[in-house]
Design a protein around this ligand. Structure first.
Ligand SMILES: Cc1ncc(COP(=O)(O)O)c(C=O)c1O
Length: 458
């Protein structure tokens, strides 16, 4: 693009677009970054500058960018049947994708309910839990447990499940019933379990039981947990955590929802995070990686047991959205999963995840790096003011460091990643599943440079 075309594009972007979760004022005197094209693990801006996509867009682009085969599958489907609703009708691609996803899903998750996003998937799971319990004669069960700082989406129901006070407060009152429990941030574990990961995991799981007992088990419908909690900076589950949570849910008749909007479709080297950590959820919510972003899609995979009361007589799950099971999105999801198989992307993550971890752990020699944590191709790097005491930055420092410097400096240096302070300050990485050592090295090099500069500014 020429400079005058870029300038016109900037004017239009600033005049008309409203970017999500973005301080629009920050672009008053700065350019809005405009990404125009993608190829493999890289994206390019309007000036042709290349960036390594260390976040897969937003935990989405599992197969990488610019895959013509997947794009063409969508175009072909649009020519044949672009749209017909999933309300009372089926379409061939939704049927095929339903069969494929339920084949891949663990245990008896044999029913798929499509949505168009992760928030809608979470919203649908809560609505299903509520209606299910009303249908089977336990109408008092409506509450949902979720973890501190966890993000589960932004629609009103999903926001009530989300555990980030700052993004909830402007929209209160939210639907009642959201209850918080501790997350599995071992770096910030309470002192009495700080030296014993397994004991920490059991404590965190037992806190779920204590919350259920406090609220009254007859009032609790579901527990929503991500396999690895994203928000706060990638908290993997301690060994035994999910097994204990499963026992607790069974003991109290509470549904276990595995919110895999980020963790499914290879992010952790498996189709579903529940497989990696060996637990059986009652519902899995998914979105993002199911299409690698070549079209929008979400959904929930539901156990036969939850479907059962809806499979006879007049019983109907009274919920739906216009674009669910959209034929084009389903065709794209099928083509995306073909790439997973043909290129053994799960195998690539499993073969390279130790190297990814080892490369990022090299950053531990920097004074600002407190903790490097994650699994698969999903990592958080927690930044601290004092490594020995694990002292974190105060709000002003965090503002100056993350918003004032790091986010822009990393992008300028050619790396798309996330500098986040919704919990303690972290940098997050979730690159396309096609990445190999050369990409890990590029991430490490850029992070080392920019974090070294950040330290000198504190
Ligand atoms: C775990 C989890 N659940 C739900 C959502 C909401 O998904 P969406 O942004 O597609 O509505 C997200 C989004 O990042 C997520 O990470």
């Amino acid at each position: 693009m020429t400079e005058s075309e870029i300038s016109a594009q900037q004017d239009a972007a600033k005049r008309n677009l409203w970017l999500h979760f973005t301080r629009m004022s920050s672009y008053a005197d700065a350019e809005v970054p405009v990404i125009v094209r993608g190829e493999g693990q890289y994206v390019f801006d309007s000036r042709g500058k290349r960036y390594l996509d260390g976040l897969s867009g937003l935990f989405v682009s599992q197969i990488g960018h610019g895959r013509k085969d997947v794009a063409e599958a969508g175009a072909r489907q649009a020519g044949e049947l672009a749209y017909f609703p999933l309300w009372s009708y089926a379409n061939p691609r939704a049927i095929e994708l339903g069969a494929r996803l339920t084949d891949l899903a663990p245990g008896d998750l044999n029913r798929v309910f499509f949505t168009t996003s992760g928030s809608e998937a979470v919203e649908s799971a809560w609505k299903l839990a509520k209606q299910y319990f009303k249908t089977i004669g336990e109408p008092a069960r409506y509450k949902v447990l979720s973890r501190n700082i966890a993000y589960h989406g932004t629609s009103m129901g999903a926001l009530a499940i989300t555990g980030l006070p700052a993004i909830k407060e402007p929209f209160e009152p939210l639907p009642p019933g959201g209850v918080r429990v501790p997350n599995t941030n071992f770096y910030r574990a309470p002192e009495f379990v700080a030296d014993d990961l397994a004991a920490f995991g059991i404590w965190a799981a037992d806190e779920i039981e204590r919350a259920i007992l406090r609220e009254g088990p007859e009032s609790v419908a579901a527990v929503f947990l991500e396999p690895v909690q994203n928000s706060g900076g990638c908290f993997p589950p301690p060994p035994g955590y999910f097994q204990r949570v499963r026992e607790i849910c069974d003991r109290h008749g509470v549904l276990l929802v595995s919110d895999e909007v980020i963790c499914a479709f290879g992010r952790l080297g498996y189709y579903f995070g529940a497989e990696r950590y060996g637990y059986q959820p009652d519902i899995i919510t998914f979105a993002k990686g199911v299409t690698s972003g070549y079209a929008p899609m979400g959904g929930m995979l539901v156990s036969d047991r939850l479907m059962e009361p809806f499979s006879a007589g007049t019983a109907t799950f009274l919920h739906g959205v216009t674009f669910a099971g959209h034929p084009v999105c389903c065709a794209v999801a099928m083509a995306n999963l073909d790439v997973f198989e043909k290129e053994d992307l799960l195998g690539n993550v499993r073969a390279n995840e130790a190297a990814f971890r080892a490369t990022l752990e090299k950053l531990n020699d920097l004074p600002i790096v407190g903790d490097v944590r994650g699994d698969g191709y999903f990592y958080g790097i927690e930044l601290v003011k004092d490594k020995a005491t694990r002292e974190t930055f105060d709000d002003d420092e965090s503002e100056r460091l993350l918003r004032g410097f790091l986010s822009l400096a990393l992008f300028d240096a050619g790396l798309v990643c996330r500098a986040d302070d919704r919990g303690d300050p972290v940098i997050q990485l979730a690159p396309p599943l096609t990445c190999t050592q050369e990409h890990f090295d590029e991430m490490e090099r850029i992070l080392r440079d920019v974090l070294t500069q950040a330290w000198s500014r504190i």
